[in-house]
Design a protein around this ligand. Structure first.
Ligand SMILES: [Cu+2]
Length: 469
């Protein structure tokens, strides 16, 4: 622009010079020279016209200012920010403060790209017409979990404030304190309930599983549309002995096909639950029967294999245990004796999940709806971790070391003590704990965004309450 304006001044000088020359030509400059000067004058006029056009465009841009940028914050699971905009061209600076990917979708208009945790993107759009729009995250389950808000598009919409966002640390502290003191909060529904088999005429232990979509209170007041076996998340627990003949009748009431894979159980291939490879898909309304004999001990789980990336995180998982895990009783591990006469005060299945409508959870519940475990000092308890999620979870029990006694149901030749145990998707670990000290001892995943947000504690946290015996 500066260059063009300087040229413009130079042009003016040239015009004046040419006008003076024109006057002079009347007094006797050759006609061909006058014609050349006229051509030059025309060129200068053209250039001036172009400069005026450029100047008007620059003035208009300055008067209108750049398109307004509206700050939007996405979290698990809420949408907040400056939710009003003027029609036409606008932009959203979208920050993901959650622990999982999210996007910002304007109903009937379009969606921003998916944004990873701790990242931000500038989404510029045009053609947005005046009206009231529902905005949400279109990643399955996130809208239902609370990521929905209203965007007002109006010529009189307020402009976003440009000053930097003030962090209210006191409010953050208060929120954390309140969220922790809310533990435990009772919620509707409990998963992992033991399903007693029906003894069939041929001696088989028979179970019925019905698969359907249900309302599930994953956290206090947070109801999601869970995909569930027998109306609970995790599905009912099945416990068997080695050598049992097992029959599991699966009736599908989902809006799509499904199948059931028994993960970690030795099976005939036709019973492996991988449609369409080993069986036809169980279509809506159909029943399929899995039938096999348990051949070895197992700390296993059952879950959908068809569209597992959606069906499992949404709730289609359960615990399947055959026999008991051998404990290294009467031995010494790294200098600590394991009593020969040890009896278990509790055996806890702990199913980990981190995605779908259930999200970060222990046994289908998010803190403070997770179950506390109450023991006396001196008690021993056995935990089976099952990771049905999509991420690793280093599970940390405060104060008590855990003796890892089995991996995927197989007893370890050399058990080992640990206070933090990383559990990857698909893995199961069986861990023996000794309650040595009284108090409320927190027990949680140590990926901190799986347990805490700016709104406080949530997700994969519970506690062992150890009482003086
Ligand atoms: Cu985790």
């Amino acid at each position: 622009m500066v260059g063009r304006l300087t040229m413009w001044r130079a042009g003016l000088l040239l015009v004046l010079a040419l006008v003076a020359a024109g006057c002079y030509s009347v007094a006797g400059v050759p006609e061909e020279d006058v014609a050349a000067m006229d051509r030059e004058l025309d060129e200068v006029r053209d250039e001036l016209a172009q400069l005026r056009t450029d100047l008007r465009a620059a003035e208009a841009a300055l008067a209108g200012g750049p398109a307004e940028v509206h700050p939007i914050t996405l979290s698990d699971f809420a949408i907040a920010g400056h939710l009003e905009a003027k029609p036409g061209s606008t932009a959203f600076e979208i920050t993901n403060r959650g622990a999982t990917a999210h996007n910002f979708t304007i109903e009937g208009f379009g969606a921003s790209p998916d944004i990873n945790p701790a990242e931000a993107t500038l989404w510029s759009i045009s053609g947005l017409q005046a009206g009231t729009y529902t905005v949400f995250c279109s990643i399955p389950g996130h809208r239902e979990a609370g990521m929905e808000a209203t965007l007002l598009v109006d010529p009189l919409a307020s402009a976003p404030t440009v000053e930097h966002e003030e962090v209210d640390y006191q409010a953050m502290s208060d929120a954390m304190t309140a969220s922790i003191l809310a533990f435990p909060t009772a919620t509707e529904g409990r998963g992992n309930q033991l399903l007693e088999p029906r003894l069939a005429a041929d001696g088989a232990k028979e179970f019925d599983l019905t698969v359907s979509i249900i309302d599930w209170e994953v956290a206090p007041g947070r109801i999601v549309q869970a995909w569930a076996y027998n109306g609970m998340v995790p599905g009912p627990m099945m416990r068997l002995e080695v050598g049992d003949r097992v029959r599991v009748n699966v009736t599908n009431e989902l809006p799509m096909g499904t199948d059931v894979h028994f993960h970690g159980v030795g099976l005939p291939n036709a019973m492996d639950g991988v449609a369409p490879l080993t069986q036809p898909l169980i279509e809506p309304g159909e029943t399929f029967t899995y039938e096999f004999t348990t051949e070895r001990e197992a700390v296993a789980m059952y879950h959908a294999h068809h569209h597992a990336q959606m069906q499992v995180p949404n709730g289609l998982f359960g615990v399947f245990i055959v026999g008991d895990v051998d404990l290294p009783l009467g031995t010494e591990v790294s200098g600590t004796a394991i009593p020969a006469d040890l009896t278990l005060a509790g055996e806890i299945p702990m199913v980990l999940n981190d995605a779908g409508v259930i999200g970060f959870s222990l046994n289908g519940k998010s803190f403070p709806a997770t179950e506390p475990y109450v023991f006396d000092v001196g008690d021993w308890y056995l935990v089976h971790y099952f990771n049905e999620g999509l991420q690793i979870h280093p599970m940390h029990q405060h104060q008590f070391f855990g003796l890892v006694v089995a991996k995927d149901g197989v007893p370890l030749e050399s058990p080992y003590w640990t206070d933090t145990l990383n559990v990857a998707p698909g893995e199961r670990y069986s861990v023996l704990f000794h309650v040595t000290d009284p108090g409320a001892w927190v027990w949680h995943c140590h990926i901190l965004t799986h347990v805490e947000s700016e709104q406080g504690m949530f997700g994969m946290v519970t506690a062992v309450i150890a009482q003086e015996g």
